[in-house]
Design a protein around this ligand. Structure first.
Ligand code: UDX
Length: 459
């Protein structure tokens, strides 16, 4: 199928590469020249495990261009995967989605049928708005165009994006036209029936079942995306709330999560207590959902509480440091992990950024490490490199970072942080305090290595 994808961010590029791997004829459009330069050289502008190899495999078949008019007229299906950044009041800004729809309607041919699919996460009612935008352009052009609009929300997780694209739990389609549903069914057929040869890096999981394609109306499809993210966000906040009480009553939240997760109605996933969620989805989508509700004069106290608990986790880590060190003024704190989660260089809404800002505000000296996200964190925080006489220093060597520090805070559960030489670290620190924001280590293991250990939800 001939496809145009507008936007080459996490969603757009992953979708482009995967659909191309599935032998669709893909063209990807982006206005960002720096991204296009990289893509024209066959380099992925995003860090995502496996994407570079897969991109190299399909690179000669995908076309990258800044120009909608070059690729849309000949396409059967157009996917909009542009950003919907938060406005000041938390609502999602859909101007790029509407602009993309406008540009598509301006160049599509009057005598052809197109399916225009909104993949971006958008407030409820946006697909309807896209239909209006398209119709407005058609009447300006004085033509009777033929575009079916459909919602097809994306559920990929950063760091697991390709795995999620090849082996999704479900595909959701919201459309008012059978034609659009049929086109999307043909698009996803290799995934729905798992007829493709898996790439070597992404073998088909043995327990994987064929995913259903759920069809519904566009508003419900848009709501499914927000409700899914809000539910997962609140599941994590729930266990974090329980974690805080575990600390008060001397219970162990990892044991509690194990015990409640065994109830099939609850399940084990997304019950890891820690520093909570960051990234581009949960913070933004919960805020956007509250924005949608506010427009109707409706309140959502559960979603609000999930946010309150989540951001409190960050403040609690600083309080734990103060609880052991007293004042933080002049103290040196080592931060392990800057990305909002492992396997990504994404620092959007990352807990580390808030913690570092707070530590600096308290007068501490901060040394920070991350396997790949230092450049992005430096941009976000405006810090300098190791040689500068600044209170925020970035370093690529964990053991250099820990030398003479007053405490270490493990913020992101990167794989290398699971295998730290704890004894060596404890020995070279001024005071061997480990605040384990992700419960990577057991209190016993860290204690045996000489650390004063403070986790989340266990004493
Ligand atoms: C999420 C959704 O999973 C995805 O379906 C949606 O399309 C986009 O938003 P993502 O933000 O990439 O994906 O990350 P996810 O793996 O869901 O984790 C989000 C955050 O929750 C991370 O900061 C992670 O550290 C945190 N988390 C996750 C926990 O604190 N505890 C857990 O048990 C699980």
């Amino acid at each position: 199928m001939k496809i145009a994808i507008i936007g080459t961010g996490y969603v757009g590029l992953t979708t482009a590469v995967v659909l191309s791997y599935l032998n669709h004829d893909v063209a990807a459009v982006d206005k960002d020249e720096s991204k296009l330069t990289l893509l024209h050289e066959g380099k992925s502008p995003i860090h995502e495990p496996g994407i570079q190899n897969l991109l190299e495999g399909v690179w000669h078949t995908i076309r990258f261009t800044p120009n909608v008019a070059e690729v849309v007229p000949e396409s059967e299906l157009i996917l909009i995967a542009v950003g919907t950044p938060p406005k000041k009041n938390g609502e999602a800004d859909t101007q790029h989605v509407e602009q993309a729809a406008r540009e598509v309607a301006q160049v599509c041919l009057p005598n052809r049928h197109y399916t225009l699919v909104v993949k971006s996460t958008v407030p409820i009612g946006t697909n309807q708005r896209v239909v209006e935008v398209v119709e407005d352009v058609f009447s300006e052009r004085g033509i009777r165009g033929n575009i079916s609009v459909a919602s097809n929300p994306e559920f990929l997780q950063e760091g697991l994006a390709l795995q999620g694209a090849f082996y999704p739990d479900r595909i959701v389609v919201g459309a008012n036209s059978d034609e659009a549903v049929d086109t999307l069914r043909r698009l996803y057929q290799p995934i729905l029936e798992q007829t493709f040869d898996p790439p070597s890096e992404f073998p088909r999981p043995s327990a994987y079942h064929l995913p259903p394609m759920m069809t519904t109306d566009p508003n419900s499809a848009e709501m499914i995306k927000y409700a899914a993210n809000s539910f997962l966000a609140l599941k994590i906040s729930f266990i974090n709330e329980i974690a805080g009480l575990c600390e008060e009553v001397d219970a162990d939240v990892t044991e509690v999560a194990r015990g409640i997760g065994l109830d099939a109605r609850i399940g084990h996933q997304f019950l890891r207590a820690g520093l909570g969620w960051g990234g581009s989805c949960y913070p933004k989508d919960t805020a956007a959902l509250l924005g949608v509700a506010a427009q109707s004069g409706y309140t959502m106290p559960i979603t609000e509480a999930a946010r309150t608990v989540n951001f409190r986790q960050r403040a609690r880590i600083v309080e734990k440091l103060q609880g052991t060190l007293g004042t933080l003024k002049g103290k040196t704190i080592g931060i392990l992990g800057l990305a909002f989660k492992p396997n990504t260089d994404d620092v959007r809404e990352a807990p580390a950024l808030d913690i570092i800002r707070e530590l600096l505000a308290e007068g501490a000296i901060v040394r920070a490490h991350d396997p790949i996200a230092i450049a992005n964190a430096r941009r976000a925080l405006g810090g300098n490199d190791e040689t500068d006489n600044n209170r925020l220093l970035f370093t690529e060597d964990i053991y250099e970072l820990s030398y003479d520090t007053d405490a270490l805070v493990l913020v992101t559960e990167w794989e290398p942080y699971h295998k730290l030489e704890l004894r060596r670290l404890a020995k070279q620190m001024k005071t061997p305090i480990l605040i384990d924001g992700r419960n990577v280590y057991s209190p016993e293991e860290a204690g045996a290595a000489g650390f004063h250990y403070i986790g989340v939800g266990r004493t």
